[in-house]
Design a protein around this ligand. Structure first.
Ligand SMILES: CC(=O)N[C@H](C=O)[C@@H](O)[C@H](O)[C@H](O)COP(=O)(O)O
Length: 534
């Protein structure tokens, strides 16, 4: 690698600052050197530390008018390669001669006319710094090893056929910082808070283009956001697949317009469960905008896996989201049923905007947490599965809360004492003053009461919402309240009964889908809008 005496001074000058990319939409009303210079001067006047300029003539014009460093590039649409940014040696030479201090080039691992190492060598030989525009950490590592002076996350999201994501790739910034070269965070930093997040992740500087210098894009973002809110709301299809029944509903905001139910036949398999839902909702086709499913078990990256196969024998990694999209159309979303119910109670039920832990104490025990207004799903979808928390029981091994405090646990305890009773019967016996029933419910309550203060300490929710057939059975909540009274007040959760009953999961899943749809619409350029990487 050639030694670059100016390298440190130049990268120091950019450090902790904003670089403004002045690249008008091609063919648009700002697509001329005069406009590029005016954008550049405005950015410089406002305190930008650097400029990113496309095209040799534009670089020369900006260099004559501005004093801050220029990252120069040339974009070419070539038939033989997908590489667009500074693909040729002659581009490098022309940019250096025009006054670029840093030359940006595509360093992605794709077929290219000139090797990455050759471009870097040439850039250095002309006394400039080399900025490698990469899309993956492997490309960053390669460019860094070949002597690139700066790494730009520019290409992340633009090398796939899929449309780029809505948000920037801050994780890539963080990973690339580990290589020890200055990293410029670039691509979709459309809000100041995102630029700040990149700096927190370790970026040396942030490059912002569209949000400052492409009024066509900005105009579209506003129009799309307004259109979403102004359009009359349409229902979404919500599906709740449980161990014994599947509910389908047309949901409009906080209202269930229509609801139908079919049995879930565990032995039939996941495809048949979806088919049953499709059959019962067939005549609603065309009346909804998307499908949201709340299901028993774990959802990880759109794949469905049983947590407790006894509840429903879901095959491992069943591609639920893609099957939903195929069966009912896009967009499709799926999540655990108790997490969906937690969100439903947060939005429309007992929580209404208050951070909460939701617990459904039913045949099993499930749960979901909303913290800081966000539903927690966890790294693998497990967040909130309170029933899976191990509970030490003297003389016994491998007990989970669900084995000790659920409806199944209550009826198993009754059977062990010689009463052939399900949980409902045990509660009826308790109401009739039967001491054996009182003892069994009391024990389930005690196990729950021992677990909840730990959860309060962990998440500190404003309330704990208790739902489910057992949780809402007469006498359960008052006993739980009493059992918690021995804990210090800071650890004692504030309990509230769930309000939405069996509809919580349907309402919560539908609302999450709506949210996602409106978030996606308001920042993804619609068909006909300028391409994000114009
Ligand atoms: C992928 C690609 O070709 N990016 C180009 C690179 O120069 C530009 O079109 C972008 O505007 C620039 O990266 C800044 O990003 P944003 O406009 O999202 O702030």
């Amino acid at each position: 690698m050639t030694f670059q005496p100016a390298a440190t001074a130049l990268t120091e000058a950019l450090k902790g600052g904003l670089v403004v990319s002045c690249q008008p939409v091609p063919g648009g009303p700002f697509d001329d050197s005069g406009s590029v210079v005016r954008f550049a001067l405005a950015a410089q006047d406002a305190g930008a530390r650097g400029l990113r300029i496309e095209g040799v003539a534009n670089v020369a014009a900006v260099a004559a008018a501005c004093s801050i460093p220029i990252i120069g590039l040339v974009k070419r649409d070539l038939a033989e390669t997908p590489v667009r940014i500074t693909p040729w040696i002659e581009d490098v030479v022309a940019l250096a001669e025009s006054g670029a201090a840093i030359i940006a080039f595509d360093a992605t691992d794709r077929p290219r006319p000139v090797a990455v190492g050759t471009l870097i060598e040439k850039i250095h030989s002309l006394g400039c710094l080399a900025m490698a525009d990469i899309a993956t950490i492997a490309e960053a590592r390669n460019a860094s090893a070949l002597g690139a002076d700066l790494i730009g996350t520019t290409m992340s999201g633009y090398t796939d056929v899929a449309p780029p994501p809505r948000t920037p790739d801050i994780r890539l910034v963080w990973e690339a910082c580990g290589l020890g070269k200055p990293v410029l965070a670039e691509g979709r930093y459309n809000e100041p808070r995102l630029a700040a997040a990149a700096i927190r992740a370790g970026a040396a500087a942030v490059v912002v283009g569209s949000a400052i210098t492409r009024p066509e894009h900005i105009t579209r973002w506003f129009i799309d956001a307004i259109a979403v809110e102004a359009a009359p709301a349409r229902p979404v299809l919500a599906i709740d697949i449980g161990g014994s029944k599947t509910a389908v509903a047309l949901v409009l905001k906080d209202r269930i317009l229509e609801r139908r139910q079919v049995p879930t036949l565990p032995a039939d398999g996941a495809e048949a469960w979806l088919q049953a839902a499709a059959d019962v909702a067939r005549d609603w086709r065309g009346q909804y905008d998307g499908v949201a499913a709340a299901v028993t078990g774990l959802i990880r990256n759109g794949l469905w896996t049983a947590v407790n196969p006894a509840t429903l024998p879901v095959p491992a990694d069943f591609p639920l989201v893609s099957c939903l999209a195929e069966q009912f159309g896009d967009p499709a979303l799926a999540l655990n049923d108790a997490q969906a119910a937690a969100w439903g109670e947060y939005r429309f039920g007992a929580g209404r905007g208050r951070d909460l832990l939701f617990l459904t104490v039913s045949s099993g025990i499930g749960g979901g947490a909303v913290v800081g207004g966000q539903l927690l799903s966890g790294s693998g979808g497990l967040a909130g599965h309170v029933g899976q928390i191990p509970v030490p029981v003297p003389g016994k091994r491998h007990h989970r809360l669900e084995d000790l405090a659920s409806g199944f646990a209550i009826s198993a305890a009754a059977r062990a004492e010689g009463h052939d009773a399900d949980a409902k019967t045990v509660f009826a016996a308790m109401a009739a003053g039967e001491s054996w029933a009182e003892g069994i419910v009391g024990e389930a309550v005690d196990h729950l009461a021992l677990t909840l203060p730990g959860l309060q300490a962990l998440l500190d929710p404003q309330i704990m919402v208790i739902g489910g057939g057992v949780g809402l059975a007469a006498g359960f909540l008052p006993r739980l309240e009493a059992a918690l009274s021995r804990f210090p007040s800071a650890l004692k959760p504030s309990l509230a009964p769930a309000l939405l009953g069996a509809d919580a999961g349907l309402l919560g899943a539908a609302d999450l889908l709506r949210r996602r749809m409106s978030l996606e619409t308001d920042t993804t350029p619609a068909a006909g809008a300028p391409a994000p990487n114009a």
